[in-house]
Write a protein that binds this ligand. Structure first.
Ligand code: NAD
Ligand code: ZN
Length: 371
């Protein structure tokens, strides 16, 4: 029998049901796992689409995939992390397949199972409830809507002790997704034109990264005026309110024919279409917004081929978290990547309020404080 410890976790027990804080048990770390005392965890749109079962992860389930905390215990095979290290938990990957070997862990052949499987590779859960029943976990190799989470030494990224730990969790998903899409995948170049379709947490992270990358024109597009105002403060040179203006016409006008790079982060297929239409010749659209599984999108084929345009799907900003997260921490320290402007803190017990505020567009990036 494994030793386990009592923790508090936010459990989703039914499709679209509220998070309920429960006293549950979590086992100790094994192999290359680490047990992290969660200090704070971001909430991402992906948590909510899984709560609502648009992505089929089994219930009951502990969500949360932007956790930051302190290593409390390590498994016997851990060599890179030590008790007391400060870490940001990021996505899971196998480390042994061809994409992983080539430094593209977010396209790991086991990505879906390791992040959305709801258990470990053998189908086992680390968490049990008061009745002794298994609760699905390992969400994004962490399930950090809890006071403790099991991660691995591959997915838990060590960050400097001077860095503001309770702020850093969202670097593990939403923020590295937007920033990585711009820097790692699109490769936005100095002097170029960039448009963010969607100025939520992911889109605004892309705006900040486009500024770091030296884009000359940065257009932010959304339907929430406050988000557009913030985009201007974070480096956008132009904004478009999609509920009042013709997005395609306006971007073509501003860009003198279109933009070199665009990023779709709304998860809406009609916006994806706009993303293709706003590209200038040889431009690239990155797609990170996630509609419900099975959704299809349309675009004008001859416009795509005659324009030499590209559409690229992007997971987690194609980031090697262990390299990219410390880089973003350093850019933040220098004041060049002020992602703290996106954040609002909530107590852990106010998790449902955080979800509601996020869905109503009132809060860009909720962070739940555990302590
Ligand atoms: P969010 O809800 O904060 O952002 C979406 C934004 O789109 C909102 O600001 C909303 O007002 C805006 N929007 C809605 N309709 C619009 C329209 N017609 N035109 C322009 N803007 C419109 O969510 P987020 O946390 O930024 O995440 C964005 C998406 O990325 C989600 O679908 C999420 O699931 C996905 N995601 C993907 C990855 C990945 O690895 N690919 C990682 C994290 C999140
Ligand atoms: Zn996410």
């Amino acid at each position: 029998t494994t030793i386990s410890r009592a923790i508090t976790a936010a459990v989703v027990r039914g499709k679209g049901a509220p998070f309920t804080l429960e006293e549950v048990n979590i086992r100790e770390p094994e192999g290359a796992e680490v047990l992290v005392r969660v200090v704070a965890t971001g909430m991402c749109h992906t948590d909510l689409i899984v709560r609502d079962q648009l992505y089929p992860v089994p219930l009951p389930l502990v969500l949360g995939h932007e956790g930051a905390g302190v290593v409390e215990a390590i498994g016997p095979n851990v060599t890179r992390l030590a008790v007391g290290d400060h870490v940001v938990m990021s996505y899971g990957f196998c480390g042994g397949c061809s994409p992983c070997d080539h430094g593209h862990m977010s396209y790991c052949k086991e990505f879906f199972g390791r992040n959305f499987g709801g258990s470990d590779a053998d189908g086992k859960c680390a968490i049990t409830d008061r009745q002794g029943e298994a609760v699905h976990d390992h969400f994004f190799a962490q399930s950090s809507f809890a006071t403790y989470a099991i991660s691995t030494e591959d997915s838990a990224v060590k960050v400097p002790k001077e860095a503001p730990l309770e702020l850093l969790g969202p670097l593990g998903c939403g923020i590295q997704t937007g920033a990585g899409a711009v820097i790692n995948t699109l490769g936005v170049r100095p002097g170029s034109r960039f448009a963010a379709l969607g100025a939520g947490a992911v889109g605004l992270s892309a705006v900040m990264a486009a500024r770091v990358a030296g884009a000359a024109m940065i257009i932010a597009i959304d339907v929430v005026p406050e988000r557009l105002a913030l985009a201007m403060e974070l480096g956008a040179t132009h904004v478009i309110n999609a509920s009042h203006e013709d997005v395609v016409e306006r971007v073509r006008e501003l860009g003198g024919g279109g933009v070199d790079y665009a990023l779709e982060s709304t998860g809406r297929t009609e916006v994806l279409r706009q993303g293709v239409d706003v590209l200038a010749g040889r431009g690239t659209l990155g797609v990170v917004g996630a509609p419900p599984l099975g959704h299809e999108a349309a675009f004008d084929v001859n416009d795509l081929l005659l324009g030499g345009k590209s559409i690229r799907g992007i997971v987690e900003g194609d980031s090697v978290a262990r390299d990219f997260i410390p880089q973003l921490v350093e850019l933040h320290r220098q004041g060049r990547f002020p992602f703290d402007r996106l954040v609002k803190f909530y107590d852990f017990e106010d998790i449902n309020q955080a979800a509601e505020d996020s869905e109503r567009g009132l809060t860009l990036k909720p962070i739940l404080r555990m302590a």
